[in-house]
Design a protein around this ligand. Structure first.
Ligand code: SAM
Length: 268
C-alpha cells in the first residue's frame, strides 16, 4: 500500500453503489473518475454511463485495471497525476462531465480547486476525510470555516450525503470519511476577473486567525492601517471582528472596496 497515494480501497459494495447512485447518471453521460484504484466504483460507473474516463497515478494499478476492464468499450484509462494533466488531455472541452472520486486525502484541496476552476463539470461526488468535509461545509462563525470553505462555497453548492466508516476500507485507514456532493452554482459569488484579488484578501484575513481582521490584514497586505480601517468601515465590518466571522458576501464587499481603493491609491 502506498500511503502517500491514500491507497485505502473501498471494499463495501453497498457504499460503492450509494456513491455512484448519488451522481444520478444517465446512459448518455460522460463520467470522470479520479483515482479508480482497483475499480470498485469504476465497474458500477461503466454499467451506468455512456463513457467513463479514469485517471490513475499508480502504474501498477493502471496495468491491473487496464487488464481487468479490457472488455468495456466505453472505458478510457489514463495513467498520470490528475493534478498535472491538463484538462484537454483528460477530456474534450466541449463535453459536460460528472466527476467522482474516493480522493487521496493529502491532495483533496488542490483537486477540488482544479475542478471548481473548470467550467464543464455538472456534478461531483467525492469521498473525503470527515474533518475535511466539515471544513468544506462550515459556515461563518465556525472555527472550521476558512479558505477551503470559502473557495468551495463561492463556486458550488456542497452537501454531505452520508458518513463512511473506516471499516469499509482495506487497509483500514486511521480516519473516518464523508461522502459529499457538489453542484456548480448557476451564479457564482464572483466574476472571474475579481477572483484573484478576493482570494488575496481572504488568505490575508486568515493568515493570523487569532488576530482581529484589521490586524491580520495589516500584517499580510501591503497596505496602511488608515486605508484598511476605511475599507472595513465602508463594508460595514467592525475592525475588531475575526476573519472566521465574515460571511462570503462581506468578504466580497471588502475585497471589491479594497480593490478600487488600492487601484485609486496606486494611480495617484
Ligand atoms: N477509487 C478506489 C476505491 O474507492 O477503492 C481507490 C481509492 S484510493 C483512496 C485513491 C486512489 O487514487 C488510489 O488508487 C491512488 O493510487 C489514486 N491517486 C492518488 N493520487 C492521485 C493523483 N494525484 N491522480 C490520480 N490518482 C491518484
Amino acid at each position: 500500500m502506498r500511503v502517500k497515494l491514500s491507497q485505502n480501497f473501498l471494499k463495501d459494495r453497498a457504499v460503492a453503489v450509494q456513491c455512484v447512485e448519488s451522481l444520478g447518471l444517465t446512459k448518455n453521460e460522460l463520467v470522470l473518475e479520479i483515482g479508480p484504484g482497483k475499480g470498485i466504483l469504476t465497474r458500477l460507473l461503466l454499467e451506468q454511463a455512456k463513457e467513463v474516463i479514469a485517471v490513475e497515478i499508480d502504474p501498477n494499478l493502471y496495468c491491473f485495471l487496464q487488464h481487468e476492464l479490457k472488455s468495456y468499450k466505453n472505458f478510457t484509462l489514463l495513467q498520470g497525476d490528475f493534478l498535472e494533466l491538463p484538462w484537454n488531455k483528460i477530456v474534450s472541452n466541449q463535453s459536460k462531465v460528472k466527476i467522482i472520486g474516493n480522493l487521496p486525502y493529502a491532495v483533496v484541496s488542490p483537486i477540488l480547486q482544479k475542478i471548481l476552476a473548470w467550467d464543464h463539470w455538472t456534478a461531483l461526488v467525492v469521498m473525503v476525510q470527515k474533518e475535511v468535509g466539515e471544513r468544506i461545509l462550515s459556515q461563518s462563525g465556525s472555527k472550521k470555516y476558512g479558505i477551503l470553505s470559502i473557495s468551495v462555497q463561492t463556486k458550488a453548492h456542497a452537501e454531505k450525503l452520508f458518513s463512511v466508516s473506516k471499516n469499509c476500507f482495506k487497509p483500514v485507514p486511521q480516519v473516518e470519511s464523508s461522502m459529499l456532493r457538489f453542484f456548480p452554482l448557476k451564479h457564482p459569488l464572483l466574476e472571474k476577473k475579481d477572483e484573484e484579488h478576493f482570494f488575496k484578501v481572504v488568505r490575508a484575513a486568515f493568515m493570523h486567525r487569532r488576530k482581529t481582521i484589521l490586524n491580520s490584514l495589516i500584517f499580510s497586505l501591503n497596505c496602511s492601517s488608515e486605508i484598511l480601517k476605511s475599507a472595513l468601515a465602508q463594508a460595514q465590518i467592525f475592525y475588531e471582528r475575526r476573519a472566521e466571522t465574515l460571511s462570503l458576501e462581506e468578504f466580497k464587499n471588502l475585497s471589491l472596496i479594497l480593490q478600487s481603493t488600492l487601484h485609486y491609491e496606486n494611480s495617484k
